[in-house]
Design a protein around this ligand. Structure first.
Ligand code: PGA
Length: 245
């Protein structure tokens, strides 16, 4: 299975800027052979524009993901977007529980509902987790175990198999210091073991947090890092090209 690289534009770009960046991304694909699966997460409006372009042209080299997703099919949820609308426009992935959403009040119980609803709509959840502060090994393992228990409540093994997890230590999210690839890989071993022991699943596990054009290859060199979730560095086509090529 090819490794996955996700570009998370957050709310760093307006519609015009997102579309321009995507055009520049496309040029990379014209001139380079890309061995990774690339998933782009622009804001909701850009997502709708891009999905229309994707259908028009057919040669659209990326997958699209939303940055969050509603936890109901329909409802009185002002400002939210239904998983069905996302599916309608051909979006097959969604970030869920990104730390910036958690900082706005999203709790594990809501993240659990979002995962379930995304799966019902046949959208692959990319679920983010990580501690806010640096923790000692044992405390971090306890924290992660607790997070996983809460976000995966009442999900069967067959559903869990479809999920992608992104380990993102919040303290490493830019513009902060990155978590070293070696430490990230050690935490990945712990998370992979958790899924292997509990569900007999080799979970797809990405790393995110201050990944850039210089350090990306060091993370990707580890077998247990199945890909990267890139924020800031994805906003430059030049840096993103270096990450993916
Ligand atoms: P960063 O963001 O690459 O800018 O640290 C990663 C993320 O927030 O997903």
């Amino acid at each position: 299975m090819s490794k996955i690289i996700i570009a998370n534009f957050k709310m760093e770009l307006d519609l015009k800027q997102s579309l321009k960046l995507i055009e520049n991304y496309k040029k990379i694909f014209l001139t380079h052979k890309i061995k990774y699966k690339i998933i782009v997460c622009p804001d909701f409006l850009s997502l709708a524009y891009l999905s229309a372009k994707k259908q028009e042209k057919r040669t659209f080299p990326f997958h699209l993901a939303s940055q969050t997703i509603g936890h109901l099919k329909y409802g009185a949820l002002t400002g939210e977007v239904s998983p069905l609308s996302l599916k309608n426009i051909g979006v097959n992935y969604s970030l869920i529980g990104h730390s910036e959403r958690r900082q706005m009040g999203e709790k594990n119980s809501l993240i659990n509902k979002k995962i379930k609803m995304a799966l019902k709509a046949k959208i692959v959840p990319i679920v983010c987790l990580g501690s806010e502060k640096k923790l000692t090994k044992n405390t971090l393992h306890k924290f992660i175990t607790n997070e996983l228990k809460e976000i995966l409540v009442n999900l069967s093994k067959s559903k869990i198999k479809k999920i992608i997890i992104a380990y993102e230590p919040v303290w490493a999210i830019s513009p902060n210091e990155p978590c070293s690839p070696k430490i990230a890989s050690q935490v990945h071993s712990f998370i992979k073991d958790y899924f292997n022991n509990k569900y007999k699943i080799n979970i797809c596990l990405l790393y995110g947090g201050s990944v850039n054009d210089i350090n990306a290859k060091d993370y990707l060199a580890y077998d247990n890092i199945d890909g990267l979730l890139v924020g800031n560095a994805s906003l430059s086509a030049l840096k993103f090209k270096k990450i993916i090529s």
